[in-house]
Design a protein around this ligand. Structure first.
Ligand code: DC
Length: 235
């Protein structure tokens, strides 16, 4: 098994950006599990399958081949052999991902791939249930969060940079809806693992968050051979 770092947190907490940068610095493989759910949500919409129809989504998802390929250090997500990495980065794909991720059949379909990746390399994997379900034995677990208003402001800044229109209140409302959906589902809901470090990024810059994540991982790597894994990491 590789050295496993689990990073969980709500939408817009900055997980993906930080996890990608930290993985680069630490020479770990970055695994974005949200992209896998997005690929399934996107495929359902392309095929005209209603994301609220559990049976239809589950049946279709079980036949989908979701794989990951790395090129130039970046994760590419392949759906039935086709690279869908850029088309899944929309707000709509995020909402669809959140809907289809409620279904046990969808989650178990992706679990094998996620665990296989973690067993093959040193990974920094981000998502909602990595520390609690996917990699319960991860050597380092981090729960990244920030106030919904701060996350909404960050999203708005992204839209501004991309030159896309936005309405702050609508962005905030969508973040709240996604939080509620991800936290209240019955299977693998978003929650902090008991042994995860809590990192509230509300008042921190990207550089500060990155520095803390990298140092938590380095500390975990040093401790790995010397400290009993039962030592609580809750901060
Ligand atoms: O991180 P993201 O915004 O790309 O994730 C999209 C959705 O996928 C998220 O709202 C919930 C779901 N998801 C999940 O249920 N479990 C994960 N490990 C990762 C994402």
């Amino acid at each position: 098994m590789g050295f496993n770092v689990a990073i969980d947190g709500p939408a817009g907490s900055g997980k993906s950006t930080v996890a990608r940068m930290a993985a680069k610095e630490l020479h770990f493989v970055y695994v974005d599990t949200g992209a896998m759910y997005r690929a399934i949500g996107y495929a359902c919409s392309e095929r005209g399958i209603d994301a609220d129809h559990e049976e239809a989504v589950s049946e279709a998802a079980e036949k989908m081949d979701v794989t990951i390929r790395y090129a130039d250090g970046e994760q590419h997500i392949l759906l039935d052999g086709k690279d869908v990495s850029s088309v899944i980065r929309t707000e709509k794909a995020g909402i669809l991902a959140s809907k289809v991720s409620r279904y046990p059949a969808v989650r178990s379909h992706l679990l094998g791939l996620q665990r296989k990746l973690a067993s093959e390399s040193d990974v920094l994997m981000d998502g909602r249930d990595i520390g609690t379900c996917v990699l319960p034995d991860a050597q380092v677990k981090i729960f990244l969060t920030a106030a919904p208003e701060i996350r909404a402001k960050r999203r708005c800044r992204d839209y501004e940079l991309k030159g896309e229109p936005y309405v702050y209140e609508e962005v905030l409302q969508k973040i709240r809806e996604r939080d509620a959906q991800d936290m209240n589902r019955s299977v693998a809901p978003l929650k902090q693992a008991e042994d995860a470090f809590l990192l509230d990024t509300s008042g921190l810059s990207l550089e500060e968050v990155l520095e803390r994540v990298v140092s938590l991982v380095r500390r975990g790597m040093q401790k790995d051979n010397t400290v009993s894994p039962s030592v609580s990491r809750q901060s």
